[in-house]
Design a protein around this ligand. Structure first.
Ligand SMILES: CC(=O)SCCNC(=O)CCNC(=O)[C@H](O)C(C)(C)COP(=O)(O)OP(=O)(O)OC[C@H]1O[C@@H](n2cnc3c(N)ncnc32)[C@H](O)[C@@H]1OP(=O)(O)O
Ligand SMILES: O=CC(=O)O
Ligand SMILES: [Mg+2]
Length: 516
């Protein structure tokens, strides 16, 4: 039997039981080499693009796109997802999110969690306790939290295929973070959920193509067989948050059709992916982050295509995250934030989305009202969209200005977010917006591109280079966040475009395999 070496100092004997570790070892032995091949494929595809290759709908899967098939029917508790709250796997926030009045709660090991060993293992413990209704919490201020009898449906987002879990090794090789998060959650909770009339539900982040969806589907089949759970019990919603996946939405649903719970528009990573995939192109440069919105043609095209594709396949199409959160002590700014969210959600309802995400419990009622008034019933899956979205629509480069303010915001947000992440917080409120790994990726990717691109210029023609950007790295930022500043400057100045900021940041987080 393969032994897993556990390097983390926190050892929860329930979560890391011998049987659970054996299950992880089986997943690793069966699927890790395929995962690594698919990660190599990502690099190959990126090189092809840099050498002049194009993205387009695949000719070899035309039959799937033209075929008449649907996903398997969904369980009742996934038919009403009008409001989905998301958040990290922190104990208090899990209770707050489950009690928030939203229909579902996406407990996030990916964009909203800094994957310290404590966060990963405590996150699993918190979910374990929540499912068994044995979760409570007392804050430092004495406020106590208990879980309501009726609460939101739980959906878990494991980390993406690109991440390793450095604290669990087999023959010196780290396990896939995706398989660890998925495997521990499923192993401990699938049956407990089913006994309560619920199910093991997942969100799958950062997929780049349908072969990565096929890998997840094979993982599901194997895991269900190993654990003696009926095939098709697991349901998963795939985030369309890479530009490459946007060309394979039908194929992704098809691969997962026995396990699919639809698609979601992960707008922030999508913008990041757009920059990442085309960072080398001379005719491609994005303006200030704040000016790229869901109304920008390439973003709107992708969300309409997601809705059209999902409804054709009887699958829910879930909207994305408006980043505004309530503004304390400033009623005018607070009303503006609510108005922005209301507008964003109204557009999603009008376009045909079946549900959407909120970042904060304070936004739940507002978004519920918009969705409840927007259509009758609990979803609008039957509504078919008569639109034609082309390759050109998906790849239309937005126009706009790059400003000093845009540089300043990217610098401040990027450094402060990385500092929070290195301190174990994967989501942070900055300038009254929710910031997480996906939004921070946009900030650092934009700065990298503006510095390295021959057309990286301000409106008045000033060339954007490292010296100009460093003007915004204040002494205060350097003094308060030395490590984060160092890492951030590395990321934006090096010649190589780093695939994900969380990969080098993880090396900072885990020093010599010991959790800091
Ligand atoms: C791009 C994407 O991937 S989006 C999805 C991933 N990102 C996320 O999930 C981020 C979700 N949001 C958050 O994490 C938080 O809202 C933050 C970090 C942005 C702000 O959190 P805070 O600074 O705690 O906000 P604030 O002080 O206003 O919170 C008020 C209360 O609401 C709770 N709260 C805030 N957001 C959430 C949430 N998403 N889930 C549960 N509870 C929440 C707080 O814990 C706090 O509870 P308390 O009054 O009992 O102490
Ligand atoms: O995961 C969601 C996103 O917008 O990124
Ligand atoms: Mg994302």
């Amino acid at each position: 039997m393969t032994r897993i070496e556990v390097r983390g100092s926190l050892l929860d004997e329930t979560i890391l039981s011998e049987a659970a570790l054996n299950f992880l070892a089986d997943l690793h032995n069966k699927f890790n080499s395929r995962r690594k091949e698919l990660l190599d494929d990502r690099k190959r595809r990126q090189l092809e693009l840099q050498e002049g290759g194009e993205l387009n709908f695949l000719s070899e899967t035309e039959d799937i796109r033209n075929g008449d098939w649907t996903i398997e029917p969904l369980p009742d508790d996934l038919l009403d997802r009008r409001v989905e709250i998301t958040g990290p796997v922190d104990r208090k926030m899990i209770i707050n999110a489950l009690n928030s009045g939203a229909q579902t709660f996406m407990a996030d090991f990916e964009d909203a969690t800094s994957p310290t060993w404590e966060n990963v293992i405590n996150g699993q413990r918190n979910l374990y306790d929540a499912i068994r209704h044995q979760i409570d919490f007392v804050g430092e201020n004495g406020k106590s939290y208990t879980l309501n009898e009726d609460h939101a449906v739980l959906i878990v987002r494991p980390r993406g295929w690109h991440l390793d879990e450095a604290h669990l090794l087999i023959d010196g090789e780290p396990l896939s973070a995706s398989l660890v998060d998925f495997g521990l959650y499923l192993f401990h909770n699938a049956k407990a959920l089913m006994e309560r009339g619920k199910g093991p539900y997942f969100y799958l982040p950062k997929l780049e193509n349908h072969l990565e969806a096929r890998l997840w589907n094979d993982v599901f089949q194997f895991a269900q067989e190993e654990l003696g759970i009926p095939q098709g019990t697991i349901k998963a919603t795939v985030l369309i948050e890479t530009i490459t996946a946007a060309f394979e939405m039908d194929e992704i649903l098809y691969e997962l059709r026995k396990h699919s719970a639809g698609l979601n528009c992960g707008r922030w990573d999508y913008i990041f992916s757009f920059i990442k995939n085309f960072h080398h192109k001379l005719d491609f440069i994005l303006p200030d982050r704040a000016t790229v919105t869901m109304e920008t043609p390439f973003m709107r095209a992708y969300s309409l295509l997601a809705i059209q594709t999902c409804h054709k396949r009887q699958a829910p199409a879930i909207g994305g995250m408006a980043a505004q959160i309530p503004v304390k002590d400033d009623p005018v700014a607070n009303e503006e934030a609510f108005e922005k969210v209301r507008k964003d959600k109204q557009r999603e309802v009008n376009d045909g989305h079946d549900g959407t995400w909120v970042a904060h419990p304070g936004m739940v009622q507002l978004v519920k009202d918009v969705f409840e008034n927007g259509f009758s019933g609990t979803n609008q899956i039957e509504r078919q969209l008569d639109v034609e979205i082309t390759q050109e629509d998906l790849l239309e480069v937005p126009k706009g200005k790059i400003t000093r303010d845009g540089i300043k915001t990217n610098v401040e947000v990027g450094i402060q977010y990385i500092a929070a992440w290195l301190n174990g917080r994967g989501a942070a409120p900055l300038n009254h917006l929710m910031e997480d790994a996906a939004t921070a990726e946009i900030s650092r990717a934009q700065l990298w591109q503006w510095i390295h691109h021959p057309n990286g210029r301000l409106e008045d023609g000033t060339d954007i280079n490292l010296t100009l950007v460093e003007e915004f790295v204040t002494q205060d930022l350097i003094d308060k966040y030395p490590k984060a500043t160092e890492l951030f400057i590395d990321l934006i100045s090096q010649e190589h475009f780093e695939e994900f900021l969380t990969i080098p940041a993880y090396d900072y987080l885990v020093e010599g395999g010991v959790v800091k």
